[in-house]
Design a protein around this ligand. Structure first.
Ligand code: ANZ
Ligand code: ZN
Length: 814
């Protein structure tokens, strides 16, 4: 297909570039740096489909433009290869995950190489390489030493199929994000990272990230989920046994305390066991708890779901503000993991409480006026009613006043809750970084000395999950049994491994200094390269990865390893490429397109141009082979132009061919637009502008060589192989990527000017100079601004204005 031999050209230049080390990045402090980063891929068994490289093509175009503009560009690539998918793939196909990962990486890399990217492969990293994960373990130890990694025995999310604990971030609609199984709750020994200590900074610093899309910042904000309110302490007592206790709730609406008519505790709440002997219907309560046990948080809190619960008979709570006795329920719509795991229910002003109260026939007391609380919960503003010292206040004022009252009476205080939970950081699986800790009977948990890192993942015969709460590593006696680094006594290694997200939580730092064996990154290098100027990747990482990454980076800042508090200055998400049938590309649908076939048939340059031309970069677009053919035709046109036309050495002169047809103006407009469009990731409009240029140039008998050369330089980021080939064909000795990005001449780039006649009542009164494609509105405005015209209009009424494009304006007056 096509007119130029893409196979020959592309292979030739890929080899040459590699041999010359064209993309090897030097730590050259004399030049201004630009660090552009792709989210590194997970090398799955299936290889890349045509959707995967879309972001990489974009960053490659960007990186090449920056190179041409004289920046020292860092554009690295690596592999995020630990974690469940690799391990599940390995178990299914009965190969060791290490072997599977090696093979997959090779496939991925071959595929990427064929697309002609600028990656500096000398800086390639792999999260499963012990020389890499030594530093992942080192960072964990710093967390541990600062008290930010702790052992917990709380019930956590458990995937019954992957047989491992999961973090909240690993769930999607209450299911395991990896295998789709419904997640259960299971008590388990875990290592947890205290990300909640950073919640406020993660939230507040979003404001500094002006280079991030608002939608992503909003998702992070919701994920962190900061709620301000109060904790309120209720007395709870049993009539029968005179047992007394306290129940603390978290509420965002302390103003409604007078409207609290009952309380609810989560099924896991310890209060239930404490009152076991006083609860008259304990069997019923226990049955209910048993049923609630396996339900996911999502199932429990869905608004539409029918609310269920059981009263704890025999015990009562006392509302501290009016000493009213109110019933206490257990119900699974209250989560143990949020706030305090207990609520004060205000059915008049909370939807879920309202439904529950209707179902169990509980009192509904209005305390904020404005609604019809017998018909539905009213969530709007006041004035407050039935609330003693709060009456007539607005909700906001009442909140403040109630918090003052609670604090004065020592039955509560201002409080903040976060949806963000501490990060469950251990997995009961084989294929991950071993957690570098040792359990000693005498000394407790002891850190592996830093000089003993990395703690290498040992070979095992059986790496399938055990389901026991320990990883398969626990079976390897020689590995597990060690001497305690503190007392020398017998001790055991931690058998849990780190989650898949660990290795990707700091990898951008390692590219700056990938071979350093003394530190995770050299301080000077970090100072030069940080922060990442531009980060491009999938929107699915808006929360998980990007929250973890910011958290680790901030921690590394706090311990003095890095110089900047935020890792990524600018962030752009990639719109999906869908299959031709409009569905997501997936093996399941049999609609996957392999880039190798496209490259083989149409060439890498065509695929690059096509993917950037499909539509606005951040929007999803369906693949269409006709579009691909169109991209190839455009490149063929460029090729033909340089092969069949006379190229004239006339500089930028007036006597050059194409002046009359407006070629110089179009060239400079194209230079301007392509540069601005790449900067703003508007590749599709950049390409259509280049098409317009080529169409005009192709119509001419001969074209100025200088114009073609400038055009080639701005085309080169998109179609590097073809541009390089033609460049050399036209006599270039060095790579086109050693040229400089052309400057546009803003006078030349200006629109063509024409003279418009301005008439008043059909008589010529002035001529004005305007751009040829001026709009009607603008033209009228310009005419009315003319001093000569103003004189004629003085005191007269304008009846109408007639506009004849490119000719005249006639103003009709009375
Ligand atoms: C009384 C009240 C009255 C409430 C009212 C709301 C409206 P956000 O905004 O999401 O932070 N709540 C507290 N802990 C809970 C838990 N563990 N499980 C389920 N619900 C819980 O929501 C905070 C509100 O959610 C709290 O304020 C509490 O109900 C409920 F007119 O307290 B509120
Ligand atoms: Zn010890």
């Amino acid at each position: 297909m096509g007119n130029y031999d893409h196979k020959k050209i592309e292979a030739k230049w890929q080899k040459k570039w590699e041999k010359e080390g064209l993309y090897n990045t030097k730590d050259d402090g004399s030049k201004e740096k630009y660090y552009i980063l792709d989210m590194f891929p997970y090398p799955s068994g299936a290889g890349l489909h045509v959707g995967h490289p879309k972001g990489y093509i974009a960053t490659d175009i960007f990186a090449r433009m920056k190179m041409l503009q004289g920046y020292n560009v860092l554009h690295p690539m690596g592999w995020d290869a630990f974690g469940l998918p690799a391990e599940n793939y390995a178990i299914k196909n009965k190969v060791h995950p290490r072997i599977a990962v090696e093979k997959n990486i090779k496939t991925f890399k071959d595929q990427l190489l064929k697309l002609g990217f600028t990656y500096d492969w000398d800086r390639e990293i792999n999260t499963t390489d012990p020389e890499y994960y030594r530093w992942t373990q080192w960072i964990f130890l710093q967390f541990f030493k600062k008290g930010l990694a702790y052992e917990s025995f709380e019930p956590i999310n458990w995937c019954p199929s992957c047989q491992t604990g999961l973090a909240n971030e690993d769930l999607e609609d209450g299911r395991c994000e990896r295998c789709g199984s419904v997640v259960e709750r299971k008590p388990m020994r875990q290592w947890v990272l205290k990300i909640t200590d950073y919640a406020d900074r993660l939230l507040n610093d979003l404001e500094k990230l002006s280079g991030w899309e608002d939608s992503i910042k909003e998702m992070q904000k919701n994920w962190i989920g900061r709620s301000e309110g109060a904790n309120v302490v209720f007395k709870v007592e049993s009539r029968k046994s005179k047992v007394e206790s306290q129940l603390t709730v978290f509420t965002t609406r302390p103003d409604t305390l007078f409207g609290c008519t009952y309380m609810v505790v989560a099924p896991e709440h310890p209060l239930i066991l404490n009152f076991k002997l006083s609860i008259l219907n304990y069997q019923e309560v226990e049955d209910y708890i048993e049923k609630a046990k396996n339900k996911s948080d999502l199932e429990r809190t869905e608004l539409q779901k029918d609310k269920t619960g059981v009263e704890l008979k025999g015990i009562k709570a006392i509302n501290p503000v009016n000493n009213e006795e109110i019933p206490v329920y257990v119900a699974d719509y209250v989560l143990n993991s949020y706030g305090t795991g207990a609520i004060m229910a205000v059915p008049a002003h909370d939807e879920r409480d309202w439904e529950f109260a209707k179902k169990y026939d509980l009192k509904i007391n209005e305390v904020v006026s404005g609604g019809k609380v017998q018909d539905e919960a009213y969530c709007g503003d006041g004035p407050m009613v039935n609330s003693d010292f709060l009456n007539e206040l607005s909700v906001d004022t009442a909140k403040k006043k109630m918090i003052e009252w609670l604090e004065e009476n020592k039955v509560g205080k201002k409080s903040v809750s976060y949806k963000l939970k501490d990060w469950v950081f251990s997995r009961q699986r084989y294929w991950g970084e071993p957690i570098p800790l040792i359990h000693c009977e005498k000394c407790g948990v002891v850190a592996v000395p830093e000089e003993d890192l990395p703690v290498k993942l040992p070979e095992v015969e059986n790496y399938a999950p055990t389901g026991t709460g320990e990883s398969p590593l626990a079976d390897i006696k020689e590995w597990m049994n060690v001497k305690c680094p503190k007392c020398g006594g017998p001790a055991k290694r931690e058998s849990n491994t780190m989650p898949q997200w660990a290795g990707s939580s700091w990898y951008w730092l390692r590219y700056m200094d990938p071979k350093n064996s003394k530190a995770m990154v050299d301080k000077e290098k970090e100072k030069y390269w940080s922060p990442v100027d531009f980060y491009v990747g999938g929107a699915e990482h808006a929360t998980r990865h990007l929250i973890y990454a910011r958290f680790w980076h901030k921690f590394l800042f706090d311990i003095g390893v890095v110089n900047y508090e935020e890792p990524f200055t600018r962030l752009q998400h990639v719109g999906l490429i869908l299959a031709e049938d409009g569905r997501k590309m997936s093996k399941r649908w049999g609609n996957v397109i392999n880039p190798d076939e496209i490259v083989e048939k149409y060439g890498a340059d065509s695929m690059r141009v096509y993917e950037m031309f499909m539509g606005p970069f951040s929007q999803p677009c369906a693949w269409n082979t006709n579009g691909l053919v169109g991209a190839r035709k455009f490149l063929d046109k460029v090729w033909n132009l340089t092969q069949t036309k006379k190229l004239i050495d006339c500089g930028d002169g007036k006597d050059c061919p194409g002046v009359k047809e407006g070629l110089p103006r179009l060239l400079h407009q194209t230079i301007k637009k392509v540069g601005e469009d790449i900067e703003n990731f508007r590749f599709n409009t950049a390409i259509s502008q280049m098409m317009i240029f080529i169409n005009l140039a192709s119509k001419l008998e001969s074209v100025p060589k200088a114009a073609v050369e400038k055009f080639l330089i701005i085309l080169a980021p998109f179609a590097p192989h073809l541009a390089e080939e033609i460049w050399h064909d036209l006599g270039g000795n060095e790579s086109i990527f050693k040229e400089t990005w052309p400057k546009f001449n803003s006078d030349l780039a200006k629109e063509e000017m024409i003279n418009l006649v301005v008439q008043i009542n059909g008589k010529l009164r002035d001529t004005i100079s305007v751009s040829a494609d001026i709009s009607e509105e603008e033209a009228k405005g310009e005419a009315l601004k003319s001093e000569k015209i103003k004189k004629w209009l003085d005191g007269k009424e304008v009846v109408k204005i007639i506009f004849v494009p490119e000719k005249l304006i006639n103003i009709v007056i009375k």
